[in-house]
Design a protein around this ligand. Structure first.
Ligand SMILES: Cc1cc2nc3c(=O)[nH]c(=O)nc-3n(C[C@H](O)[C@H](O)[C@H](O)COP(=O)(O)OP(=O)(O)OC[C@H]3O[C@@H](n4cnc5c(N)ncnc54)[C@H](O)[C@@H]3O)c2cc1C
Length: 361
């Protein structure tokens, strides 16, 4: 079997790229080692941020605007809403650090403003302002259902003729006579171009064609509670310890805090996470007291040394990387799909993705 483009990884990023390539007329096949959404995409919180590092913010801004239109464009509701995000500090030191950070965000065009605590109390009466030292509000940020986003890209990909191989781990990747041999246990496919969008496992594959890709794991835990009648408008974030709390449209609360460090071990789910997250959530939103937790899990973010993603063609002609999305992938995935799609099909390197070229390492 021969294809124009093989995409390794059936997460939201791989499918977004695959859709954007296939819709431009190239024969495209996605290989997913497990099932769609097995990776980070199926296990995250869903916050779509604009507050990200340096030039990633421009991609995130493009991504945010695209999220508004994706349901119409792809024909599936991604359950995205501009919920906004309340960014809180519970200690004086944190408040000072936030102030500095937000001056920098302001310079980057991010619309995040301080909110006086009386104002927080009036607008978000369920927030325990007694515990807050400072609060900022970014009204442009939003919450998406990550699996709905993934499904939307998959449905659109199928409509433009894309093919998917599930339970198809790419075990071998070789360059032969100017094209690639992409091999799973079941078959070997010849591809003119290959995109590695395998999250934290991208470096394993790249190594097979002689590339060193500096993607490091950062294991994080998350949980979901039983549903409650929706009342939490914005997502609440405490940047000093990675605390995030959002409420889905179905009423469940979903959240995360801290990290488990540089590990690939998915069996690390801990009681201390449950305890610490719950304590913090009830401290900030007392109405959550007594709520039952349904499930907790661990997954791995793919991080890079400079905090920015790897997007673009590698030194191996025809081989592209799309990984290193840290904990902000959902914000930039629509933009990466569009811009990398254009690069793969037409050779055009958009200035927005230029800073993230794999050649910088
Ligand atoms: C706890 C947690 C909370 C998060 N919260 C947020 C958030 O609120 N907002 C946000 O923007 N981001 C968040 N993130 C990060 C976000 O989930 C990721 O940035 C995003 O999902 C990355 O998508 P992806 O498609 O690159 O990776 P993945 O979804 O991991 O997809 C990669 C896929 O590649 C497959 N694969 C791997 N190796 C192979 C192979 N050899 N052959 C075939 N397939 C292979 C895997 O099975 C996987 O399905 C969070 C992450 C975690 C862990």
């Amino acid at each position: 079997m021969k294809v124009d483009v093989a995409v390794v990884g059936g997460g939201a990023l791989g499918l977004s790229i695959a859709y954007n390539v296939a819709k431009r007329g190239l024969k495209t096949m996605v290989f997913e080692a497990n099932y769609l959404g097995f990776g980070s995409t199926g296990r995250d919180i869903g916050l779509v941020r604009e507050r990200v590092v340096d030039d990633v913010a421009k991609l995130a801004l493009m991504g945010l605007k695209m999220h508004d239109k994706l349901p119409d464009k792809l024909g599936v509701n991604t359950l995205f809403r501009r919920s906004g995000c309340l960014i809180v500090a519970l200690e004086e030191e944190e408040a000072k650090a936030l102030e500095e950070k937000y001056k920098a965000y302001k310079r980057m065009g991010v619309q995040c403003d301080p909110l006086r605590l009386e104002e927080v109390k009036k607008r978000f009466p369920y927030v325990n302002v007694e515990r807050l030292k400072a609060c900022y509000y970014d009204k442009r940020e939003g919450l998406v259902h990550p699996l709905a986003l993934l499904w939307a890209y998959f449905e659109a990909f199928k409509k433009v003729g894309g093919a998917l191989r599930k339970q198809a781990k790419v075990k071998s990747l070789k360059v032969e006579g100017g094209s690639f041999r992409v091999a799973t246990d079941a078959e070997t496919v010849e591809a003119r171009k290959v995109v590695i969008a395998a999250g934290v496992y991208s470096s394993e594959l790249a190594k097979q064609v002689g590339l060193t890709v500096p993607v490091e794991p950062l294991a994080r835990e998350a949980l979901v509670t039983e549903p409650m009648k929706p009342f939490l408008g914005p997502v609440i974030e405490r940047p000093s310890n990675g605390f995030l709390l959002g409420q889905t449209m179905r009423g469940e609360f979903i959240g995360t805090i801290g990290s488990l460090g540089r590990s690939y071990d998915l069996s690390l789910s801990s009681y201390s996470f449950l305890k610490e997250f719950s304590r913090q959530a009830v401290e900030i939103v007392p109405a959550l007291s007594g709520l039952k937790i349904l499930r907790q899990w661990t997954w791995i973010c793919d991080t890079t040394p400079d905090g920015k993603p790897l997007i673009g063609e590698t030194s191996v002609n025809g081989l592209y990387l799309a990984c290193g999305c840290h904990d902000y992938g959902l914000s930039i995935i629509p933009a990466i799909g569009e811009l990398l799609g254009r690069l793969i099909v037409g050779g055009e390197v958009d200035p927005l993705i230029k800073p993230f070229s794999p050649a910088r390492f």
